[in-house]
Every structure is written in C-alpha cells, then in structure tokens.
Design a binder for this molecule. Structure first.
Ligand SMILES: Nc1ncnc2c1ncn2[C@@H]1O[C@H](COP(=O)(O)OP(=O)(O)OP(=O)(O)O)[C@@H](O)[C@H]1O
Length: 292
C-alpha cells in the first residue's frame, strides 16, 4: 500500500539522516526500531509527506506521493514526535478544530470526537484547557487526532513517550486492533513497545536499514547466543567491554548479567532463550562491530 524506494535524506548542512532505505508496507503493525538519531523521525516525516526525500520515491497505492501527496494525506493519520497543541482549547475543541481542517462534516466530527475521547480515556479531562494537561495526556490527544477521519495509514512517531505503563499497554492493544486492515507504522527506541504486537520489525541505525523480519526471525538470529552469569561487581566493566550486556541485576552474590556471545562467555554461564531486546541489541551491536 505504501512504499519507500531507495529513500535518502540529506539535511541542509550535509547531515545524512536516511541512507537508501526501501520499505514495502502492507496492512499490519510495523515496528520501526532504532537508537536515538537513527533516522526514524526523518523516515516517518518522509512517509507522512511532511518532508521531501533528497532522492528516492514514496509511492501510495502505486502512485508518486512526493509529487502528488494529497491521496496519501487524505488517508493518513500522523502523530509526529514533536506533537503540540493549542493550550487554550479543550480536548474537544481542539479535536473538533482538526476534524474541520480534515474536512469532516460537523455531525460526523462530533460523533467521532466523542468516540476518540473515550478510546484514549480522556473523558474526565474533556472540558479542561490543554495547557493544563500532563505530557501523557497531551500524547493521548495526539493519538486521538491521528485517528480522526478513519485513516488507512497510521504513522506514529514515539507515541508512547510520556505514557504510564498502563496507558502503554492500552495504546499497544489499540494500535494492534487498528492494524487489522490498516498500515500502522510505529517508531520507537523501546523494544517492549513493539514486542508482542508487531508482526514485522524493521531495525534502523545511522540512517540504514539493518534488518527486517518477523520477531521470530530476529530471535532466531541470536538463538544459542544469549547467556546469563553472575559475576563479582568488580568484573562487570571487563565483561561489558567484550560482550553486549542486555540486562544487569545486582544481587547479594554479585551482578547477574544477561549477555550476547557466540560462544559460552564463562564456565558458569548458562544459555537462556533470547527475547526481542536481545535480538535488537545483537543487530545494533553487529552493525557497530562491522562499522556500518
Ligand atoms: N531538520 C534537521 N536538520 C539537520 N539535521 C537533522 C534534522 N532533523 C534530524 N536531523 C539529524 O538527522 C539524524 C537523524 O535524526 P532523526 O530525528 O530522524 O532520528 P531518530 O531516529 O528519530 O532519533 P530520535 O529518536 O532521537 O528523534 C540526527 O543526527 C539528527 O540530528
């Protein structure tokens, strides 16, 4: 439905944020994972037609969405990373304003706004000005506005920033439900945001696509390479210098480390089943090791 073809973004001043990324996106939830500065937001802005690629193509239903962005814009719900609100409007006024800008009729806008306010759990704060909302509440308004107009493509950039754990789970479930017949592209640097909801994971770093696959494929990459061992606190730095450590828990007997290593890292290390966080760190770690 939405394709990025060999997309590159070079900002004024020469910063290369995206380096030849090709992605064919079909309905479903696609998790775009990468560390800070990987180029996720740049890629999302290009996919959302708010930034033009320096080279490469964006195609929506086979048509050029760079030269003719309107068909994609009409089908799009976008939550940018730097989403802002008008502080003097209430949530209802703000959403009604955006619904009007999207061309929804007054009647269908009113029903949709009420529905969305319930969906993102803002009913109680409805009549308060947005300037008095917490960061997490503003985020929820952002999610609601992205869903106005029943979009076929939903692009959400770090949507869970500022949400509490319960809201995160709720939001993950919502996006998963929506992805049944829509493209939902979610960017994050938090692996648990895509774990168990994304059937398709894309890992980017330094502007490049490093790996794309189903979570089970990514887990297979590090099968037999994840270990746990307890080491004295004084040895932690030495272990970390050699291995990617994905978890560290201080215990009464030392520090319990979870680490990636192609071979058993120490005599007392026990193999454990990999999770997506291990797989992700493995991909990022390998890309650093080979200098990509
Ligand atoms: N408008 C801009 N002008 C110049 N450089 C930019 C601009 N926007 C982003 N960059 C740079 O491009 C690189 C990629 O940034 P981008 O925001 O796309 O990454 P990201 O993966 O979304 O990271 P984060 O999660 O920190 O936002 C970074 O080095 C960033 O500083």
């Amino acid at each position: 439905m939405l394709q990025l073809v060999d997309v590159t973004k070079v900002y004024r001043g020469g910063k290369r944020a995206v380096e030849g990324i090709t992605l064919d996106l079909q309905p479903g939830l696609i998790g775009l994972l990468g560390p800070n500065g990987a180029g996720k937001s740049s890629l999302m802005r290009i996919a959302a037609t708010v930034t033009r690629p320096t080279s490469g193509q964006v195609l929506f239903q086979g048509r050029d969405a760079v030269a003719h962005p309107n068909p994609l814009r009409e089908a799009l719900g976008y939550l940018p990373q730097d989403f802002g609100v008008y502080p003097n409007l209430t949530a209802r006024e703000f959403l009604a304003y955006l619904a009007a800008a999207k061309g929804l009729s007054v009647r269908s806008a009113r029903a949709r706004v009420d529905e969305l306010i319930q969906l993102v759990n803002l009913t109680e704060a409805l009549e308060r000005p947005l300037g008095k909302y917490s960061g997490g509440m503003v985020r929820r308004v952002g999610i609601a506005q992205a869903l106005l107009g029943d979009p076929k493509v939903i692009i959400v950039d770090e949507p869970t920033a500022g949400l509490d754990p319960e809201e995160r789970v709720r939001f993950r479930t919502l996006l998963s439900d929506l992805s049944v017949d829509r493209v939902v592209l979610l960017s994050t640097h938090i692996v648990s945001d895509v774990d168990s909801v994304a059937a398709d994971v894309v890992v980017v770093a330094r502007g490049r696509l490093l790996r794309r696959g189903a979570p089970e494929d990514l887990l297979r990459d590090v099968d037999g390479q994840v270990w746990e061992a307890t080491v004295p606190y004084s040895e932690v730095a030495a272990v970390r210098a050699v291995h990617t450590v994905s978890r560290m828990v201080r215990t009464t007997t030392g520090v319990r480390l979870r680490m990636l290593s192609p071979t058993r890292p120490s005599a007392d290390a026990v193999p454990v089943a990999p999770d997506l966080e291990d797989a992700y760190l493995g991909i990022i770690g390998r890309s650093v090791a080979v200098g990509r």
